[in-house]
Design a protein around this ligand. Structure first.
Ligand code: MIG
Length: 818
C-alpha cells in the first residue's frame, strides 16, 4: 500500500525532469534551472586572523568580523564577491584589537573571544553562537540562503534561526503592537501611516535590531540592511526565527548580552548615541497644525504664562510657509517673523518650525531653482525627475543620500536661525507622496557614492534628511546644540534627532500603544521619543488628555500636538479639574529636569536607554516578558500610566527591592504586584530605595531664573545604592571638552543611621551654592547630623517623616544618626 503513495517532492521531481527534457527551438539554452532558493553548501575552507575570517563552500563566501569581545558581524556573498563595506547606521566600524582564537576540527570551525564563540558547522554551514560557559545562545535552523532577483539584480537574502519555546523578542523600533514580539511577523519599510491602528505594519521607521531573551540570557541581532526587510519571530513556524530582505547583503551583527542592557549598550557602540539635547528641549512643547496667524501664536504663548503652565517651545506647522515652500514665510500670516520669535523668546519660548522634503516645482522659487541648477533632485531610472504631489503641489525631492546635497540643505537654515528659530521638525520624510505613498522603486540615489535605487535608499532617506538638517544647524549655530525632530528614520538616526510616533489617534487604545512604542523605541536605540500627547486625530475628552499629559511627563520628548480639524488643545482647554492636574504634572516634569537630564547623560555617555521596561530590570522573570505598562525613567523612577477611563486603582508590578510611593512616601517591597489608587490627580510613581533625586524649583521655562539651590531628595535604603547627577551649561557642546559636572551619590543605611557620600568629576561649576536635603523614609528619629565632621543643628522633621536641612554643595560625607 505505502509504496504507491508518491510524496509531493517526488511528484515535483518528475515534473521538473519533464520540463528539463523539453527543448525550445530558438532558445537552446540547456541546464538553466528555475530560480529557487539556494543554501550555503558544505564549508570546505576557513581562513583568517585577527578580526577577519572567511569561510567558503567553494562558491559562496561568508565573512566573520570580530568587532569586540561581545560583537561579531556575519556577511554572506552568494558568489564570493562582497559589496563594498558601507553603512549609514554604523559610521565607523573599527574592530578592537583583542585576542581571538581560531580553531578547526572535523566538526567545526570556531572563532572565539573571551566572551563569545562563533561556530561554523562543517556538516551544513550552520552558524551558531555560544557564551563562555558554552551555552548556545543562537543557532541557525537553516544555512543562510538567497534567491536571485532577475528583475533588479542581486538577491533576496535570508537567515533562519532556531526559536526556543520560552524565547521572547523585543526591539524593532516603533511597531504598534505588544512589547513582546514573539509570534509576530513584521516588515521594515518607512511608511506614512496616518491614524495607524493597533498591529498596523509597517510605520514610519525601520530599526532592524531585535533583542532575544531565552532562559535568562539575552543577545541581539542587528540586521544592517536598508532594503525592505522582514522579521518572523516564531510566527510562521514556532520553532524558527527568520529575517530576510529584498536586496543587499545578508549582513548581521550578533551582539552578546547576557543582559538586555549590555545588548542595548553594544548596539549604541555600533550606531552611536543621541548627543546631549539642549536642556530646554526636555521641557514641555506645544504644537498644533497649525498656530497661525501671528496673533494666534502670540495668544498661545500668553496663555501659558497666564495660566502659569510651564512651556519651553511652540511649534509652527506647515501654514507658516508661503504655499508650503520650505524656507519661506507666509507674510500675510507672519509679517515680521523675526520680531515675533524674538518676542516669544523674551517670554521664554523657543520657536520650532517644520520642514518637508518636497520642494515645489516653481522657477520663481529660489530653492527650487538652485536645486535644479545643481542637479540636487532625485531622478528616475530614465533620467526623468522624480516628481510627486505633496503639500506644496507638484514637487521634486532633494537626494539627501548625496553629501553635497546634505551640505546645501543644511546651509539653507541660516535665515531661519537668524530669525531666531531654535528647532526644526522634519516631517514627511519616509518619503511620503500623496496618492502613490512613496517614490517608485526605480528612483536613483547617490547613496554617498555607493549608488542605489530607491529600494536601497528608501529606509535611509528620512534619516539622511534630518542628518542634513542637524549637521547644517550645528554648523550655523556654532557651539549651540541644535534641536531636531524627525518622523522617519533608520538605525543610527539617534545621532541626529528626536522622534515622535507620528499620526496617532485620540483614544485610550492609542495611549496604551504610545506607552509601548516609547518603551520599544527606547530599547531599540532611539532614546529621545514621545507621542502626540492627546492624540493627533480625533477629540480627547479632559480625562484622556490629562492621563496622556501624566504619561507624557515621563516621555523623554514631551509634546502635545493635534490635527487642524480638532478643537483647541492646550493644557488649559478642558477646564478644571483638568487644567490644575495638567499644570501639576508639567510642573513635576520641570522639577525633575535635573534627574531627567542626568538620564540623558547616562544615555549619551554610556549607551543606556532612558526608558526601561521592567523586562530590562528582571529579564530572568518570565512573567516580566509580558509586562508592558510599567517602566522606569532612568533607573530610579518607576512609572505606570493609567490607561483606562474611570479607573480608580490599578495593579503595578515593582521589581525586587524597596520602593517608595512618590505621593505618600510609603514603602513597598518589590518582586510582586501592588494595588495602587489612581484618582485622576495621580498616576502610580515609585522611587527606588537609596535614590538621590535632584530637583529644580518649578520654573515656567528653562532658564527663567537662576537656580539658587538644588533640592536633593534622599530615599533611605538599608543597602548601598548609587545615583548620578549630571550638570553643564545646558546648551553648548562644551561637555565634549569635559566641561560638565558628574556627581555620584552613595547612600547606605542601617536601623540607626544613614550615610550619604558625594564625589565629583568634571570641570563645570554650577552657580548655586547649596543643597536643600529632604531625607525620606528614615526608620529612626534622627538626632544628629554631621557633614564632613561638622554638626548640623538646624534641621526640621516635617510631619510626613521627612527630614530637611541645608548645606553647601561641596560636602563629601553626610551622616544622620539617632
Ligand atoms: O500630511 O504638517 O505627522 O504631525 O501636523 C500631513 C502637517 C503632514 C503629518 C505629521 C503631522 C503634521 C502634519 N503632517
Amino acid at each position: 500500500m505505502e509504496e504507491n503513495i508518491l510524496n509531493p517532492k517526488e511528484i515535483l521531481n518528475e515534473f521538473v525532469e519533464e520540463e528539463e527534457g523539453f527543448r525550445h527551438l530558438n532558445n537552446p539554452a540547456d541546464g538553466i534551472k528555475p530560480i529557487t532558493k539556494k543554501y550555503l553548501g558544505v564549508p570546505t575552507h576557513g581562513v583568517g586572523s585577527g578580526s577577519k575570517y572567511y569561510f567558503t563552500d567553494g562558491d559562496a563566501k561568508v565573512e566573520l568580523i570580530v568587532v569586540n569581545e561581545e560583537i561579531m558581524r556575519v556577511r554572506l556573498a552568494p558568489h564570493g564577491v562582497f559589496l563594498e563595506d558601507f553603512s549609514y547606521a554604523v559610521p565607523d566600524l573599527k574592530p578592537k584589537n583583542i585576542a581571538v582564537n581560531f580553531f578547526e576540527d572535523d566538526k567545526e570551525f570556531r572563532v572565539s573571544t573571551a566572551k563569545v564563540n562563533c561556530h561554523i558547522r562543517k556538516a551544513d554551514f550552520f552558524i551558531s553562537f555560544s557564551d563562555q560557559n558554552n551555552v548556545i545562545t543562537s543557532s541557525d535552523a537553516k544555512a543562510m540562503h538567497w534567491e536571485e532577483n532577475t528583475q533588479f539584480g542581486g538577491y533576496y537574502v535570508f537567515s533562519t534561526k532556531e526559536c526556543h519555546p520560552d524565547e521572547n523578542f523585543f526591539g524593532l523600533g516603533d511597531k504598534p503592537t505588544e512589547l513582546n514580539l514573539r509570534g509576530k511577523r513584521l516588515v521594515n519599510w518607512n511608511t506614512d501611516a496616518y491614524s495607524f491602528a493597533w498591529n498596523q505594519d509597517p510605520l514610519y521607521r525601520s530599526i532592524p535590531f531585535y533583542i532575544s531573551v531565552n532562559e535568562g540570557i539575552a543577545h541581539g541581532i542587528f540586521f544592517d540592511n536598508t532594503f525592505k526587510a522582514h522579521f518572523d519571530f516564531g510566527g510562521e513556524d514556532r520553532t524558527k526565527t527568520s529575517f530576510w530582505a529584498d536586496g543587499g547583503e545578508m549582513q548581521y551583527y550578533y551582539i552578546h548580552g547576557p543582559h538586555m542592557m549590555d545588548v542595548v549598550k553594544s548596539y549604541h557602540l555600533l550606531t552611536g548615541t543621541h548627543p546631549m539635547p539642549p536642556l530646554w528641549a526636555l521641557g514641555y512643547h506645544q504644537c498644533r497644525w497649525s498656530y497661525y496667524p501671528e496673533a494666534k501664536f502670540r495668544a498661545v504663548a500668553k496663555g501659558f504664562r497666564e495660566n502659569k503652565i510651564p512651556c519651553d517651545a511652540i511649534y509652527l506647522d506647515i501654514d507658516y510657509m508661503d504655499g508650503y515652500r520650505c524656507f519661506t514665510w507666509n507674510r500675510r500670516y507672519f509679517p515680521d517673523p523675526k520680531k515675533m520669535i524674538a518676542d516669544a523668546a523674551e517670554m521664554g519660548f523657543k520657536t520650532v518650525v517644520i520642514v518637508d522634503p518636497g520642494i515645489r516645482v516653481d522657477d520663481n522659487y529660489p530653492i527650487f531653482k538652485e536645486g535644479k541648477e545643481k542637479k540636487y533632485f532625485c531622478r528616475r531610472s530614465d533620467d526623468y525627475f522624480m516628481e510627486g504631489h505633496v503639500w506644496p503641489g507638484r514637487c521634486q525631492f532633494p537626494d539627501f543620500t548625496n553629501a553635497e546635497v546634505r551640505e546645501w540643505w543644511g546651509s539653507l537654515f541660516d535665515e531661519l536661525i537668524e530669525y531666531g528659530v531654535a528647532g526644526v521638525w522634519n516631517d514627511m520624510n519616509e518619503p511620503a507622496v500623496f496618492g502613490s505613498g512613496t517614490f517608485p522603486a526605480d528612483v536613483r540615489h547617490d547613496y554617498d557614492g555607493y549608488r542605489g535605487s530607491h529600494r536601497k535608499a528608501h529606509n535611509v532617506y528620512g534619516m539622511q534628511m534630518v542628518r542634513a538638517t542637524y549637521e547644517g544647524m550645528r554648523k550655523i549655530l556654532k557651539n549651540k546644540r541644535p534641536f531636531t525632530i524627525t518622523r522617519a528614520g533608520y538605525s543610527g538616526l539617534q545621532r541626529y534627532a528626536s522622534v515622535w510616533t507620528g499620526d496617532n489617534v485620540a483614544s485610550w487604545e492609542h495611549l496604551r500603544l504610545g506607552n509601548i512604542q516609547c518603551q520599544r523605541l527606547s530599547m531599540s536605540g532611539i532614546p529621545f521619543c514621545g507621542t502626540d500627547i492627546g492624540g493627533f486625530s480625533g477629540e480627547p475628552d479632559g480625562e484622556l488628555f490629562t492621563r496622556w499629559i501624566q504619561l507624557g511627563s515621563f516621555s523623554p520628548f514631551m509634546r502635545a500636538h493635534s490635527a487642524g480639524d480638532t478643537k483647541e488643545r492646550e493644557p488649559w482647554s478642558f477646564g478644571e479639574p483638568f487644567t490644575a492636574i495638567n499644570r501639576n504634572f508639567i510642573e513635576l516634569r520641570y522639577r525633575l529636569l535635573p534627574y531627567m537630564y542626568s538620564a540623558f547623560w547616562e544615555h549619551h555617555r554610556y549607551g543606556f536607554p532612558i526608558l526601561r521596561p521592567v523586562v530590562m530590570q528582571e529579564q530572568d522573570v518570565l512573567k516580566n516578558h509580558f509586562r508592558q505598562d510599567e517602566f522606569t525613567y532612568g533607573d530610579k523612577i518607576l512609572v505606570c500610566p493609567v490607561l483606562e477611563p474611570g479607573q480608580k486603582s490599578r495593579k503595578v508590578y515593582l521589581p525586587k527591592g524597596k520602593w517608595f510611593n512618590f505621593w505618600t512616601n510609603e514603602v513597598e517591597t518589590g518582586g510582586e504586584e501592588v494595588e495602587v489608587p489612581t484618582p485622576l490627580e495621580t498616576i502610580p510613581i515609585f522611587i527606588k530605595a537609596g535614590s538621590v533625586i535632584p530637583e529644580y524649583p518649578v520654573m515656567q521655562y528653562v532658564g527663567e531664573k537662576p537656580i539658587e539651590e538644588i533640592k536633593l531628595n534622599v530615599y533611605y535604603s538599608d543597602y548601598e545604592a548609587n545615583s548620578f547627577f549630571f550638570e553643564d551649561h545646558g546648551e553648548s557642546f562644551a561637555y565634549e571638552q569635559d566641561i560638565y559636572s558628574e556627581k555620584k551619590f552613595v547612600v547606605n543605611g542601617d536601623e540607626s543611621s544613614l550615610t550619604l557620600n558625594q564625589s565629583m568629576e568634571g570641570l563645570y561649576t554650577p552657580r548655586y551654592d547649596g543643597y536643600h536635603f529632604k531625607v525620606i523614609g528614615l526608620p529612626f528619629v534622627p538626632a544628629t547630623i554631621t557633614i564632613d565632621g561638622k554638626d548640623i543643628a538646624d534641621f526640621v522633621i516635617s510631619n510626613e517623616k521627612v527630614l530637611e536641612f541645608k548645606y553647601t554643595k561641596t560636602f563629601s560625607t553626610l551622616q544622620i544618626s539617632k
